[in-house]
Design a protein around this ligand. Structure first.
Ligand code: ADP
Ligand code: MG
Length: 555
């Protein structure tokens, strides 16, 4: 056979091959998937994430959980990427995508144990994913453009089980109105909802039901000087991303003075420079300035004297949104600012709330702000995540125009169609296609499980309904009954499901393709690789083991 192997790796490096490598990777990936499964669906639980500096996040959102978790395992990170891709591409369905990826790998492990080569599994998964996506087209229902009731249901489904749940009717209406406000018809007749023109502002201290949709932008700041006007009806607005201050270096320069008049001279000079900056602003014709950085006390005084309303340390995102709303330019050097850079509209002050409302001129203005309110910071943060997901799915429904029922209906239907399709697939790939079908059914099983229902009974009932031709049969997680999900108003954009299936399959295949792990440092595997799930034995790989165990213990 072979002679003495040549050693080319450094002393500290570690290597794992074939089955060891596969099972190492699969358990790491599965541990991640396990950690979010309990949050799936309307009855899913939340997780409390505590960062290393003690910041607390309470959330039900898959991608938030995974990105906030301190994951220290390269394979696990590939699964986190599934969630991130799903979030970017679809805005919702992150838990679904990750859970399916984990289940695909679990089923792949069974096939590997039967000595089926990874290439056959990968091929089968590819075939199945392609077929499933094609079948989604067949199952999906077209959305009539402007069907507001349906869009509201899409928003509500997305918010179910999130912080937004209690006020979901009001919020769904706000979300649909917001998306409508930024929806435009492109030249080729396609519609796009441009969420660039939509900003979310959050405020604590008032009930969620006081949330509102506001034309234009909202800036949560005070004027820098009490003598400034609160309301400016004909506002000519300058957006500035640099400070109205003198450079640090100029101020810090060492100064040796022989007599007091020299010091006075120097101070006068500084004042003059600041006054010149304010004059440059006034020369553009601006009567309002939103500045992203600081404004010197002296400059504040000059601004007030010239009747200019100024706000300092506005958020970068607010300045950028104001640019969209007003069609203004963001200026970096006041001495180069011109009238052309200004935006025009009105600025209104809500003294009680401490907010500025900024609207553009009727014919040029675009942009709305969704002002979300809730009692506390944690509540408003989770509300914002839920609303953000709902905005994304409504926008994607408007753009792609296709919906599916939820509650596990599409997964059961696709599984059944994939099993039919598998009959025509030859070789071992057939088993992989079947394994793929089984993996999709994880979704209805988990929805049932998280609702305290018997997952096997539920799945059997769902399958029976689909056998008899009810395409939209899904789970009512509150009653445990099988219902027509479209009638029940549980609807999701088809695009998100397609994306979830794609990214789950791609991630699973990426993991399966690896047969050799060469690590420059410690792979930190604890011997036996069984069960990387939450609360599993410390045998799971390195950081993940700790994570899985820790999270499991917490929930
Ligand atoms: P994800 O991160 O994948 O979006 P969610 O926790 O939002 O995870 O759960 C989404 C799942 O919950 C989908 O399968 C959806 O169909 C289902 N779902 C949402 N609302 C309902 C409902 N009222 N009844 C049954 N299933 C629902
Ligand atoms: Mg969701």
């Amino acid at each position: 056979m072979q002679g003495q192997p040549m050693i080319v790796l450094g002393e500290d490096s570690q290597r794992m091959k074939d089955k060891d490598a596969q099972s190492h990777n699969i358990s790491a990936a599965r541990a991640v998937a396990e950690s979010v499964r309990s949050t799936l669906g309307p009855k899913g639980m939340d997780k409390m994430l505590v960062s290393s500096i003690g910041d607390v996040t309470v959330t039900n959102d898959g991608v938030t959980i995974l990105t906030e978790m301190d994951i220290d395992n390269p394979t696990a990170e590939m699964i986190v990427e599934v969630a991130e891709t799903q979030e970017d591409e679809a805005g919702d369905g992150t838990t679904t995508a990750v859970a399916i990826a984990g289940e695909l790998l679990k089923n792949a492990e069974d096939l590997l144990e039967q000595d089926i080569h990874p290439t056959a599994i990968i091929k089968g998964f590819d075939l199945a994913a392609t077929e499933a996506k094609a079948q989604i087209n067949d199952i999906a229902t077209d959305v009539e453009s402007g069907d507001e009731e349906l869009l509201k249901k899409v928003a509500e489904t997305s918010m179910t089980g999130k912080g937004a749940e209690l006020n979901k009717e009001l919020l769904a209406q706000l979300i649909v109105d917001a998306v409508n406000a930024v929806t435009v018809e492109a030249e080729d007749d396609s519609v796009i909802a441009d969420l660039e023109y939509l900003n979310i502002e959050t405020q604590t201290g008032r009930p969620v039901s006081d949330s509102e949709l506001i034309e234009g932008a909202v800036v949560d700041k005070d004027p820098v000087h009490e003598e400034m006007a609160d309301d400016v009806e004909d506002a000519d607005i300058l957006l500035l991303d640099t400070a109205i201050e003198l450079d640090e270096t100029e101020v810090d320069a060492q100064l040796t003075v022989d007599d007091p008049s020299q010091l006075q001279n120097f101070l006068d000079q500084e004042e003059q420079q600041l006054e010149a900056m304010v004059d440059a602003i006034a020369d553009t014709g601006a009567n309002v300035v939103f500045c992203q950085k600081g404004i010197d006390d002296m400059a504040q005084h000059y601004l007030a004297k010239r009747g200019i309303l100024a706000v300092r340390r506005a958020k970068k995102s607010d300045i950028e949104f104001l640019r969209e709303v007003l069609g203004a330019n963001i200026v970096s050097d006041v001495h180069n600012a011109t009238a052309e850079d200004l935006g025009h509209g009105s600025v209104r002050r809500d003294e009680k709330e401490g907010l500025f409302y900024v609207e553009g001129e009727a014919d040029t203005a675009h942009g709305v702000t969704l002002l979300l309110r809730a009692s506390t910071e944690h509540v408003v943060d989770e509300l914002e995540r839920g609303v953000q997901d709902a905005l994304d799915v409504v926008a994607s429904t408007v753009a792609n125009g296709q919906i599916l029922g939820g509650g596990g209906a599409p997964e059961v239907e696709l599984a059944s169609r994939l099993r039919d399709y598998a009959d025509g697939v030859s070789g071992r790939e057939q088993l992989a296609v079947e394994a793929f079908a089984d993996a999709l059914e994880l979704i209805p099983r988990t929805l049932a499980e998280n609702a305290g229902l018997d997952s096997i009974d539920s799945l059997v009932d769902l399958r029976a309904a689909h056998e008899s031709g009810d395409l939209e049969a899904g789970l009512n997680v509150y009653s445990g009954d099988v219902v027509d999900t479209l009638d029940a108003g549980v609807v999701e954009p088809a695009h998100a499901k397609r994306q979830a299936i794609s990214s789950a399959a791609e991630a699973a295949n990426l993991v399966l393709k690896i047969d050799d792990i060469i690590a420059a440092g410690d792979l930190s595997t604890g011997g036996d690789e069984e069960a990387g799930g939450p609360g599993g034995p410390g045998g799971a790989p390195g950081g993940m083991g700790g994570m899985g165990g820790g999270m499991g213990g917490m929930m």
